[in-house]
Write a new protein. Structure first.
Length: 150
């Protein structure tokens, strides 16, 4: 066996050995477990605000969630608040069925921070909210059903 063939054979053997899965002790079913330390999670498919896309951005310790979702027609999306299975459209600073809004994480008091387009064109043509609208973008806080500009 010449040295090139030997090197090739050795490389193939090493690659094959590395490709074989090795089960770690932590993954072994026979390893001792402490069920009190195991975490269990529940996966929930969220409704949208009438469109075909939505995503959650945060969840608090009470199980309330925030995110944004498209409206019917998928041209606009709004921030939402979900609590006890009820999804609430937070609207936007440009009107209920126009413009876009999105959220940041939620706190344990149920207050939501976010940002929204207004109905006013940005005089510099900027797209600060990155919604592609070139409208003035403002931050907001939503608490107890009211969106307030901050």
């Amino acid at each position: 066996m010449n040295s090139t063939t030997f090197k090739l054979f050795t490389a193939i053997t090493v690659c094959a050995a590395l490709a074989i899965p090795v089960q770690l002790a932590a993954q072994n079913d026979s390893a001792p477990t402490n069920s009190a330390k195991r975490h269990h999670y529940k996966l929930t498919v969220l409704d949208t605000l009438g469109g075909t896309f939505g995503e959650a951005w945060g969840v608090n310790n009470r199980g309330s969630m925030v995110g944004h979702s498209t409206l019917p027609g998928d041209a606009t999306y709004h921030a939402f608040f979900l609590e006890e299975g009820l999804i609430t459209d937070l609207g936007s600073l440009g009107g209920q069925y126009s413009n876009n809004s999105s959220t940041s994480p939620i706190n344990d008091r149920g207050e939501v921070s976010g940002f929204s387009d207004t109905a006013t064109p940005d005089p510099n043509g900027e797209d600060f909210c990155q919604f592609g609208t070139a409208l003035i973008c403002l931050p907001f806080v939503w608490r107890e059903g009211v969106m307030t500009v901050t």
